[in-house]
Design a protein around this ligand. Structure first.
Ligand code: 4AD
Ligand code: MG
Length: 433
């Protein structure tokens, strides 16, 4: 078979009435004795192949009968319109060439446990739901890049191997860099600040690593982050970019991934509500709300997942929690000039219990305050000397944020756990496959 002569299922719409050949896998089949229905997939889409015993030659009929789940085959057939099918088309099969008859495919239509599926992630990806999630993820990435590219941001890639930390030292991934110590990046932010001083508005999109010993449905060890950084942008403008950005991404998925969202079983009406502006509450107001809900969290403590969920439940779109206490936030966040014990930061909490998807802030631009923070946080001035230079040579107000891609995918797809949002998740205690 000439693979160059194949038609992709996604292009089938333009081929009604024509005979095509599709390179495919058999997802499943059913038979009524005289008619066989083949559920075919080729990666680009799904189509049902139909063959009637009375209309095909014996060889083709027998080949169809032999087919097992995940067998690979070339199917020849005539494309027909079929309004009852999800794709709107069907294939009247006229010929079958089996490439390989698969035996004992481990993932059957019955229910499997999560460990069983995770051990076979390389095969699990073939299932319609997992495939749909990957398509939505790709659309989210496309929308993210489109949003920033169309608004004058330049894509800059920060390093993956770094000599120091950005988000504290507790979850750093250590490695050797010849004779030096190095860490896998937790966040590209500090480098993006340098890039913003050179290019104005920048964003990065890359993998980040956190050796988090937390086994929750929101944490991955390796995850992808989008980190915009903007010179001459203050806290308020930073929030406006974020709410416009998230509305754009969600509406882009709604517009382009209807079929996939349906396959995943997502309630699209919940996504349609996600339109800027987003509500804003301060940390103080959030604490107040939590006290009314019966939590006894004292002022000055960080929120955990149950707190975030309780707050998110009060809103039908993402909510910003702003002005957290400086005491437990990162060293680079700018204090509120009217109230220095809190910082000009915001976490964006997704609706429906998906937790924090964005962390961002205005950055300290004053060299003296920055030097003071290095001391308070016991950070080596030598290691961060280059970062200090950004405050020494033409410092300006600037802000930025980081969006966690996998949490965003989990929320938009309505998934229980972030482990299904990336092809090969790295979770606590899992490095295989
Ligand atoms: O809030 P974080 O730690 O912020 C930063 O790293 C900043 N330096 C970003 C910036 O301002 N440029 O992380 C940002 C986001 C979180 O809101 C969350 O969505 C995601 O990254 N995230 C994780 N996602 C999956 N697994 C983990 N272990 C994550 N840790 C953070
Ligand atoms: Mg955070």
């Amino acid at each position: 078979m000439q693979t160059s002569n194949l038609t992709a299922i996604r292009d089938i719409a333009g081929k009604v009435g024509e005979t095509v050949v599709i390179g495919s896998w058999l997802q499943g089949k059913r038979s009524s004795g005289k008619i066989q229905f083949l559920k075919l997939r080729d990666g680009s889409g799904f189509i049902q192949g139909v063959l009637a015993k009375s209309e095909v030659d014996e060889e083709t009929w027998a080949a169809a009968q032999k087919l097992t789940q995940e067998s690979s085959l070339y199917v020849t057939g005539i494309v027909r319109e079929e309004p009852r099918s999800q794709s709107g088309y069907e294939l009247t099969v006229t010929g079958i060439e089996i490439i390989q008859l698969t035996e004992d495919y481990p993932i059957t239509p019955k229910e499997h446990g999560i460990d069983f599926l995770m051990d076979r992630r390389h095969l699990w990806l073939r299932s319609p739901k997992q495939r749909a999630i990957m398509v939505v993820r790709a659309q989210i990435i496309r929308a993210i890049q489109q949003f920033f590219d169309e608004r004058g941001f330049t894509l800059v890639d920060p390093p993956v191997l770094t000599p120091s930390s950005c988000e504290g030292t507790t979850n750093l991934f250590h490695t050797k860099y010849f004779d030096e110590d190095a860490y896998l990046t937790q966040s590209g932010q500090l480098y993006m600040e340098a890039a913003a001083m050179a290019l104005g508005k920048v964003y990065s999109f890359g993998p980040t690593f956190r050796a988090e010993k937390s086994k929750t449905r929101r944490h991955l060890i390796e995850f992808w982050m989008i980190e915009p950084e903007m010179a001459f942008v203050d806290h308020e403008q930073n929030l406006q970019v974020q709410e416009q950005f998230i509305s754009f991404v969600v509406q882009s998925v709604v517009a382009n991934c209807r079929t996939e969202l349906e396959t995943i079983g997502r309630d699209v009406s919940k996504l349609e509500q996600v339109q800027a502006p987003f509500p804003r509450i301060t940390y103080d107001e959030a604490i107040e709300m939590l006290h009314q809900e019966g939590f006894d969290l004292p002022w000055g403590e960080d929120f955990g997942a149950p707190h975030e969920t309780a707050i998110a439940e009060k809103f039908d779109r993402p909510v910003f929690i702003t002005h957290y206490p400086a005491s437990f936030k990162a060293f680079y966040m700018k204090p509120d000039p009217t109230r220095p014990e809190v910082v000009l930061c915001a976490d964006m909490i997704a609706p429906e219990g998906y937790g924090e998807i964005i962390g961002g802030s205005q950055r300290i631009d004053d060299p003296e305050l920055m030097a003071q923070r290095f001391q308070e946080h016991e950070l080596s001035e030598e290691a961060y000397a280059w970062y200090m230079d950004l405050r020494r040579y033409g410092t300006v107000p600037h802000s930025g944020f980081g969006l966690g891609l996998e949490r965003t995918v989990a929320w938009i797809c309505g998934l229980e756990h972030v482990r299904e949002t990336i092809a090969f998740p790295r979770t606590l205690y899992r490095l295989y496959p």
